[in-house]
Ligand binder design. Structure first.
Ligand SMILES: [Mg+2]
Ligand SMILES: [Zn+2]
Length: 206
């Protein structure tokens, strides 16, 4: 009994120190969107993403990938294939010096009415629980309107990038009540928007 108590005490101490997170979409944001990318050989990461991501980690951010993979529900590829692609992506990012704290995917289709398909915030809630994340201080970056909306739905902010489907999605922003914090040319520019905002917040405190 005493042991359990102690453990709980320790646990609550740990969970009270929350970190902000940078949530990233996968296809069209980190790697080129191949339209239902199925295979490791098609995985190609955008150039020059490492510098800003390494910098934001040093500022105390966790990095979490959140990806809708309805190709599973549509039977375009299997769960085993998806897991291989994800593992390869993590390996390629690691080789570039980028550590990823978590990767979450939604395997469902648009009609499955699950809680995890973006823009629904399910994957962010799960990550917050697993990784002690402060969602209010977190950001989402992605190439679709539903990505930046996801950022607001979990209680943080969202930025859209013009890589992947970004340019086509741009017109759709007009239909949305909520606008992205910024529209950035690519991932590293989007991360720099976040870094600049953090610095501004720091100056405001002083
Ligand atoms: Mg995408
Ligand atoms: Zn889902």
């Amino acid at each position: 009994m005493t042991k359990t108590k102690k453990y709980n005490k320790h646990n609550s101490k740990v969970s009270s120190s929350l970190s902000p997170a940078l949530f990233l979409d996968r296809d069209g944001t980190i790697n080129y969107d191949k339209n239902y990318l199925c295979c490791e050989k098609d995985l190609k990461i955008y150039k020059n993403i490492e510098k800003s991501l390494i910098k934001i980690r040093k500022l105390g951010f966790k990095i979490v990938i959140v990806t809708n993979q309805s190709g599973i529900a549509r039977k375009y590829f299997t769960l085993a294939q998806l897991k291989k692609v994800n593992a390869k992506l993590l390996k390629m990012l690691k080789e570039r010096g980028i550590k990823i704290d978590g990767l979450y995917y939604c395997p469902h289709g648009p009609d499955d009415n699950c809680d995890c398909r973006k823009p629904k915030p399910g994957m962010a809630y799960q990550a917050a629980k697993d990784l002690n994340i402060d969602l209010k201080k977190s950001y989402m970056i992605g190439d679709s309107v539903r990505d930046y909306i996801f950022g607001y739905k979990f209680g943080g902010k969202g930025i859209m990038v013009l890589t992947g489907h970004g340019k086509k999605q741009l017109a759709k922003i007009k239909e949305e009540k909520q606008k992205p914090l910024a529209v950035a040319r690519n991932l590293s520019q989007a991360v720099n928007v976040v870094i600049r905002q953090l610095k501004t917040a720091m100056y405001n405190v002083q």
